[in-house]
Write a protein that binds this ligand. Structure first.
Ligand SMILES: [Zn+2]
Length: 253
């Protein structure tokens, strides 16, 4: 049998037997992977709590015919502040669920997606207020849709391709971005998008995840909430599976 090591973040798990679980993870090297965590439900398990959701581990795996077995796990990050804060926990679950929805096995973008999820979970965990938390989640939403090939159009009208009048920009999650006033008339649903909010989104998409921007000081919770929501709707359009935690977030608002 062949062994291999990988860094992976636990996304979810389900029971295999009275003592064993199957853990679904997103790995840096291979995208979505699954592994059997033997004996993990026993209190004496050497894998311990490292197989819980939202933990990044360095793993030693044994390749099996059908399923891989998790032999050893060394925690890289437990994102511990998110375990004590219900808000942080919900947004962390939301991001990991999106990765589970868009992620595939042997994902060619696995390293980029793993790093994005890791950075997002870390930023959520250490965030000091709601605005900081939301900016991290918005960056995640923008970047994951970009990597998955569903980038938002924010520069011109997504319907006619025309230039946008700065004072009359509208946004349609269904159409995947900004639209001009004329095209908006023919649409069932669109919202007004202030040009400064549009610029805010473009900046967050273009810059590195860790880059500081003037928006870190300027953004308000109301603006961040608005951005989070339109991006959430955009992602739901393209997600191959229903994002359940998105509904929970709506109920807790
Ligand atoms: Zn148009």
């Amino acid at each position: 049998m062949q062994n291999f090591t990988t860094n992976a973040i636990n996304l979810k798990s389900y029971n295999l037997s009275e003592t064993d679980k199957i853990v679904v993870m997103y790995s840096k090297e291979k995208g979505i992977i699954k592994g059997v965590a033997k004996g993990v439900k026993k209190t004496t398990s050497k894998l311990g709590g490292r197989m819980d959701m939202l933990i990044a581990n360095k793993l030693l795996m044994r390749k099996g015919k059908n399923l891989n077995t998790i032999c050893q796990a060394e925690a890289l990050n437990t994102f511990k502040n998110s375990r004590k804060d219900i808000d942080k926990l919900f947004y962390s679950i939301y991001c990991s669920e999106i990765v589970n929805c868009f992620g595939v096995e042997n994902d060619p973008n696995s390293e980029e997606i793993y790093n994005l999820l890791y950075k997002t979970l870390e930023a959520i965990s250490i965030s000091e207020n709601k605005v900081e938390l939301l900016i991290s989640v918005i960056k995640f939403q923008l970047k994951i849709t970009h990597i998955a090939g569903y980038s938002l159009e924010l520069e011109s009208c997504v319907c006619c391709g025309g230039k946008l009048d700065k004072e009359n920009i509208r946004f349609s999650a269904q159409n995947g971005g900004t639209i001009c006033e004329e095209c908006a008339k023919g649409l069932f649903k669109s919202v007004k998008l202030h040009h400064k909010i549009r610029d805010f989104l473009i900046t967050l998409l273009q810059l590195d995840f860790d880059a500081k921007t003037r928006y870190d000081e300027l953004a308000t919770e109301k603006i961040c909430d608005f951005c989070f929501n339109i991006l959430k709707q955009h992602i739901e359009q393209f997600s191959p599976k229903k994002i359940k935690s998105g509904q929970i977030l709506e109920m807790t608002r």
